[in-house]
Ligand binder design. Structure first.
Ligand SMILES: Cc1cc2nc3c(=O)[nH]c(=O)nc-3n(C[C@H](O)[C@H](O)[C@H](O)COP(=O)(O)O)c2cc1C
Length: 383
């Protein structure tokens, strides 16, 4: 029976399953650290709290580790590949130069690891040429919320958060050139109304700021090159001329893909199509949450958890999106956006006004919109 599965095929097939990388550590009575790299760490049970890893039954390191009273699983970060390579050797001095401190049960917590989970041995069970080690968790912490080291097909790597990753793009340069051709008009508009105006280009899933003129309340003005993920309802203006497939992709970027949420964002998009602009009302709490989520995301490794927070905070802005303009009322607006008509070989572009004074009359809002539409139409490449 053992011969019925080819060893190479077994390794090759299972090597197509990615894993994280962890170092299981113990300390001897005199405080000397010991440990082994495992790709087989996994969580097992919450009640009781159990984790597992699978050491080879002929592992000399594990033969030593299992004599300790406790052990610690250290999840390695994507910048710890050299440490991983050092500890995965059979050298006696493999912990030389490795920074660590003792956990509550005395096991080494490695410096720079993403997280640690300190356990006692619950059970060591034989399983073919490996053991299944069940550990009972006594303490655990995320030390460093960053990307973990991954192991895949015999090589190391790191998670690349897909949708929001910035990459240099020829379309961006074209968009910046086009924006330059209307710089004077955008500056004039900014001065005329004492507001901030910026030109945005949609590059894949991001709205990228390619020109900014700031005559409004400067504090709310993001820098040139700033990227903001296009998540419903934001970016609706970019969708007005798009076909069903692109709209569907945009809708799927919402945190909740339910029918209700699709209907809500589709209705908002219809409103933008009808009117030719989008408005975002001010609500300090929701806008602050959105800004905080976005800046945490930008300042991190663009972690998936932060990407989710951005999606959620953006989706919440639906409540503030495109209020009706009723004569006689006043409006506190965060932004107004209109589409810039561009030729087919250019990315979709938009003109945005921010830094707007509060309590604006309907007539005032309408004149801002007219100003934006006028400048957007002045783009020379308009077909
Ligand atoms: C990414 C990676 C994952 C590994 N995963 C395991 C594992 O899950 N179980 C195991 O026994 N050895 C694993 N190893 C091998 C051990 O880390 C180490 O090389 C081995 O313990 C050395 O042999 P020794 O214990 O006999 O000294 C892995 C090595 C690497 C580089």
């Amino acid at each position: 029976m053992p011969g019925s599965i080819d060893a190479t095929l077994f390794r090759e097939t299972l090597g197509h399953y990615p894993t994280g990388v962890a170092v299981v550590t113990t300390a001897t009575d005199d405080g000397t650290p010991d440990g082994m790299v495992v790709g087989t760490f996994s969580s097992v049970s919450l009640d009781p709290p159990l984790i597992a890893f699978y050491p080879a039954s002929n592992s000399r390191t594990f033969a030593r580790l299992r004599t300790a009273s406790a052990f610690c699983v250290n999840v390695l970060a994507s910048d710890q590949e050299p440490l991983c390579r050092q500890i995965a050797t059979r050298r006696e001095d493999k912990f030389d130069g490795v920074g660590w401190r003792a956990g509550p049960l005395g096991s080494p917590i490695l410096e720079g690891a993403v997280s640690w989970i300190e356990c006692t041995f619950e059970e060591v069970r034989e399983a073919g040429d490996h053991f299944i080690v069940l550990g009972r968790v006594h303490g655990l912490t995320v030390e460093r919320s960053t990307l973990p080291l991954l192991f895949f097909q015999g090589g190391y790597g790191r998670f690349s958060p897909g949708s929001f990753v910035a990459a240099p793009d020829p379309e961006l340069i074209q968009a910046a050139h086009l924006a330059e051709t209307i710089r004077a008009q955008v500056e004039e508009l900014s001065t005329e109304f004492s507001v901030n105006c910026s030109v945005l280009a949609r590059i894949r899933d991001d709205a990228v700021q390619v020109l900014a003129t700031n005559q409004g309340s400067a504090s709310d003005s993001p820098p040139l090159g700033h990227r903001q993920p296009v998540i419903p309802p934001m970016g609706a203006v970019f969708m007005v001329d798009e076909g069903p497939a692109a709209v569907d992709e945009w809708l799927r970027r919402a945190p909740d893909d339910s029918r209700e949420s699709r209907e809500l964002y589709s209705a908002l998009l219809d409103r933008v199509r009808e009117r030719g602009y989008s408005l975002l009302a001010t609500e300090p709490h929701l806008l602050e949450r959105h800004r905080a989520a976005l800046s945490a995301f930008e300042q991190s490794d663009r972690l998936p958890s932060q990407e989710r927070a951005v999606r959620q905070a953006t989706a919440k802005l639906a409540e503030l999106f495109c209020p009706d303009l009723v004569p006689g009322r006043s409006y506190d607006l965060a932004s107004i956006v209109v589409l810039i008509p561009t030729k087919a070989d250019l990315p979709p572009m938009a003109l945005r006004m921010t830094g707007l004074p509060g309590a604006a009359s309907t007539a005032q809002v309408e004149s801002w919109i007219d100003g934006l539409k006028r400048v957007a139409r002045s783009v020379p490449s308009t077909p």
